[in-house]
Design a protein. Structure first.
Length: 272
């Protein structure tokens, strides 16, 4: 797990966009796993800006969102389909080829979940999954208590998640109680994972996810088992990490090592 601690939310969004753009340039038909919530909004803004400037083309990409509320029609202003149209898809000059989001009003719940997994498989799996993290350590809507091997399924939201999401609705009673989410097992199959966290209210969950035991009580702790995770944290979200100085040193060492190797290569070329 790489821990990248940056000064603020803006920098976090820029670095996340760098990773997405680098992938899209190397693999224009990449499969992206996308997240909703306040945290990725800066990333999406940055992607839209770069796309409009011609730095990246998303039109060959396919996207799969992590989750969707059950029971809200797609056009509801708080549905995740609506969120994605408002913050990303609808603002790009050229939309991704195909944008999948779990259905909010499926005829058959279990069949819809099975079909979502099947679609991901048909597209060759997810190349890069973007994640936020809940105050309770959830990823997607995998709340504490979710099995680490779980797949796409219907879930009930925990009271703290309903309370956190109430800010987007006129009253807490309006927040849907149920959702469909990719499972933790589904998320862990992505080839690369980028988790974004900003603000003091995420610091406890981040500390548990990175330095705590791997447990269903903190679903994000499952990421410790994944070989290719980058956590991009602002100062506040990183503030409770016990090994923060060491993570910073590792990141500095990465760039120093790259510079040393580059210099050595240049010397070798000059000598030959
Ligand atoms: P947030 O939500 O980005 O709105 O804080 C993150 C999450 O619950 O996964």
């Amino acid at each position: 797990m790489r821990i990248v601690c940056v000064e603020d939310y803006r920098r976090l969004s820029v670095i996340a966009a760098d990773i997405v753009v680098e992938l899209m340039q190397a693999k224009p038909d990449a499969v992206l796993g996308l997240a909703t919530g306040s945290t990725p909004i800066g990333l999406y803004r940055e992607l839209v800006r770069r796309e409009r400037e011609g730095q990246v083309d998303c039109s060959h990409a396919t996207t799969f969102n992590l989750d969707e509320y059950l029971g809200l029609p797609e056009e509801h202003p708080q549905s995740y389909r609506h969120f994605m149209e408002e913050h990303l898809f609808g603002r790009l000059r050229r939309r991704p080829r195909k944008t999948y989001i779990p259905p909010s009003l499926p005829d058959d719940l279990d069949e819809a979940c099975r079909a979502y997994e099947e679609r991901i498989r048909e597209h060759g799996g997810i190349d890069l999954q973007i994640l936020g993290i809940g105050r309770n350590g959830h990823i997607g809507f995998n709340e504490p208590g979710s099995s680490l091997g779980s797949r796409t399924r219907p879930v009930a939201l925990r009271p703290e998640t309903i309370a956190d999401n109430a800010r987007f609705f006129s009253s807490p009673e309006e927040v849907p109680r149920y959702a469909i989410t990719m499972g933790i097992g589904t998320i862990l199959e992505a080839r690369q994972i980028v988790l974004l966290a900003s603000g003091l209210n995420k610091s406890e969950a981040v500390q548990q996810a990175v330095e705590g035991p791997i447990t269903c009580q903190c679903p994000a702790s499952a990421l410790q088992m994944h070989p290719n995770v980058v956590m991009i944290l602002d100062e506040e979200a990183a503030s409770r990490l016990e090994n923060l100085d060491y993570y910073r040193e590792l990141e500095e060492a990465r760039s120093r090592m790259a510079a040393i190797l580059e210099e050595a290569r240049r010397r070798t070329v000059r000598a030959s």
